[in-house]
Design a protein around this ligand. Structure first.
Ligand code: GAL
Length: 341
């Protein structure tokens, strides 16, 4: 009888031990990511923005490469908020409720990130913001919030240096009428975007630091858009006939819009135009001689960083072990100047 009891106790003990081991194994698999598939939500502020649509394509390529390398299936659900933050909030809410593993957010309104972060935190779904940088206070709301972008000041300094170098080589190639000052206009992106403010300031500052004599004729906001920039440039060309020598643009699309206006108006002077992004469209504009230069951000590095952080978080891994992060949450992607031959 006593022996029987002993065996029963032992059996119960062994059974419990096996259960605990299974439980721990399950927990560990979840944490270290023995996953066979991951689901990522990609939220775009505007799907038809040229730079953003190129990032999207690069993200899709990253997902394919990751699947091939790891055997883990990737579901990318790409949502376009069409510039509406309320739409984006509900897109985020929906994918959270569907149990997505991580969110990659290109916020419509970068000052409204807190709401999305709180929603994600409540469901423990990590967030990687990109391109439109939340304010630092919001970035600090939760440890599972990251940002991938390009350093705006660096872009602007490189853009300024393209003009500065050309001026130093041959001042008359920039000061077209040789009157001792370079008369320029400035095309700006959205007023609330960190890139517009910083790029505008530092491209001009770089020229001033390089002692290029400058005269600002005018400037205006064209919201990153080719058609808006084209209309604005036409207006300026009419307002300052024969005076504009240089067009500094916060991005390539607006730079190309300026070139469209010059072409449309049949202007023969070789007005120099510089952009930023190095999109395929921008590079083509450069090759055709429409732009003097652009600053190209490395799209595949950019998308690789967003994807790597999101996939690591989705698998319960530490992104800091995969990429070099600044302050444990920021990744700054590389860029380089491209100049017309
Ligand atoms: C900028 C980029 C622009 C536009 C904008 C959207 O960094 O240079 O072309 O895409 O982001 O947020």
């Amino acid at each position: 009888m006593r022996w029987g009891m002993g065996w029963a106790v032992l059996a119960v003990f062994a059974g419990s031990l096996i259960c605990v081991l299974f439980f721990l194994h399950g927990l560990r698999s979840r944490e270290t990511g023995n996953k066979t598939s991951i689901r990522l939500g990609i939220f775009l502020y505007r799907g038809d923005d040229t730079f953003i649509s190129n990032v999207r394509l690069a993200l899709e390529e990253q997902a394919k490469a990751y699947e091939q390398k790891t055997g883990i299936k990737v579901v990318l659900n790409i949502e376009d908020a069409k510039e509406n933050q309320i739409t984006q909030n509900s897109q985020v809410e929906r994918l959270i409720s569907l149990g997505y593993d991580a969110l990659c957010v290109n916020a419509v309104d970068r000052s409204m990130a807190a709401g999305m972060i709180e929603q994600a935190r409540a469901a423990d779904v990590p967030v990687v913001f990109f391109n439109r940088e939340p304010v630092e206070e919001d970035m600090r709301l939760w440890e599972k919030v990251y940002y991938v972008g390009v350093d705006a000041r660096e872009s602007a300094v490189l853009q300024g240096e393209i003009v500065l170098n050309a001026y130093r080589r041959d001042p008359l190639s920039i000061d077209l009428n040789g009157d001792g000052k370079v008369s320029y206009v400035l095309l700006e992106g959205e007023s609330s975007h960190q890139d517009s403010l910083i790029r505008t300031e530092w491209s001009v500052q770089t020229l001033k630091d390089g002692r290029v004599p400058l005269e600002k004729l005018t400037g205006g906001i064209a919201n990153w858009e080719r058609s808006q920039a084209s209309a604005l440039t036409q207006q300026w060309l009419e307002e300052f006939p024969g005076e504009i020598e240089l067009i500094i643009s916060n991005n390539d699309d607006m730079a190309l819009g300026a070139a469209d206006a010059i072409e449309r108006m049949g202007i023969m002077e070789k007005i120099n135009i510089v952009g930023i992004d190095g999109t395929p469209q921008g590079v083509q504009g450069l090759e055709k001689g429409k732009l003097l230069g652009t600053v190209q951000s490395d799209q595949s590095e950019y998308a690789h960083a967003i994807f790597t952080i999101a996939a690591a978080l989705a698998c319960g891994e530490d992104p800091g072990e995969k990429l070099e992060l600044v302050d444990e949450k920021y990744y700054w992607s590389g860029q380089k100047p491209l100049v017309r031959e």
